[in-house]
Design a protein around this ligand. Sequence first.
Ligand code: NAD
Length: 304
Amino acid sequence: MSIRFDGQVAIVTGAGNGLGRSHAIALAARGAKVVVNDLGGARDGAGSSSAAAKSVVEEIKAAGGEAIAHGANVANYSDVEDMVQQALNAWGRVDILINNAGILRDKSFTKMSIDDFKLVMDVHLMGSVNCTKAVWDLMKEQQYGRIVMTTSSSGLYGNFGQTNYGAAKMAVVGLMNTLGLEGAKYNVRINALAPTAATRMTEDIMPEEILAMLVPEAVTAGALILCHEGAPSRHILCAGGGGYASSKIFETEGVYLEPAQQTPEAVAAHWDEICNTDKQSPLDNGAKQSEKFLLKAQAFLAQD
Ligand code: NAD
């Protein structure tokens, strides 16, 4: 099976560096026309420059591909609308959106300012919301769309000093879960990627010999599967250093406590059973949880 994107148009945000650059180059090499978006600021989001996005566009063109640069700040909806309009002016459609742009403002929660919290939420969460909103109706109308959110192990599992980043990265998973339901009948599929790669984001937190193994291209191999025609929907793919895994949210079977037992003392007494993972299962949507609990309550009432 050859994974190709001929005739398709992709927008990759934050594609001037690191993972986004690698995704954009790979998509173009496999036939996509690519909008290389990058605000071009520092790792903490300060400043801006068009140099990085332009240099990736030159790299793609030199290899025989098609690309345009756009300096939209993904946190700004009117910038994003302009970017999508530029894509439509150039190529008439948008098939793929990879929400990849990101910044870091790490500090323990005690030391973190509300501004640092909000800025990280703005870029990661609202950036993904803005870009997705700007292509959503187009994708629905053309009955085709593939959207990738970039999450992180920091959001999925936690990481000291990253409350802002972790909250934003888990928020994009919530966004994916519901968008996947809303997009399903229009053939719009949404997935999330949890990467580990050597980029300027990670360059000072790991030793050089480890960074050498964490090439962005290994992550991009997974990203391309999440935005290909045969993509799944509502999956979280973890990828790094040649390792690929799927992260899922499961719920334990839990217990039913009859009305007289619905007390904190009884919940505490049943804690091990509540947390027992033997019969855990993923739930297709939020209503399945209420359904599970109500079925147990109804079964109890039916005993009378
Ligand atoms: P990077 O810093 O190399 O690239 C991020 C790019 O996003 C930069 O080029 C930056 O200019 C751009 N950007 C930042 N704010 C922007 C904005 N408001 N509008 C448009 N562009 C903006 O970092 P990276 O490691 O390649 O990160 C890519 C994504 O992967 C991020 O979402 C990051 O959180 C996520 N991630 C990376 C790792 C990792 O190990 N590198 C791990 C988990 C998640």
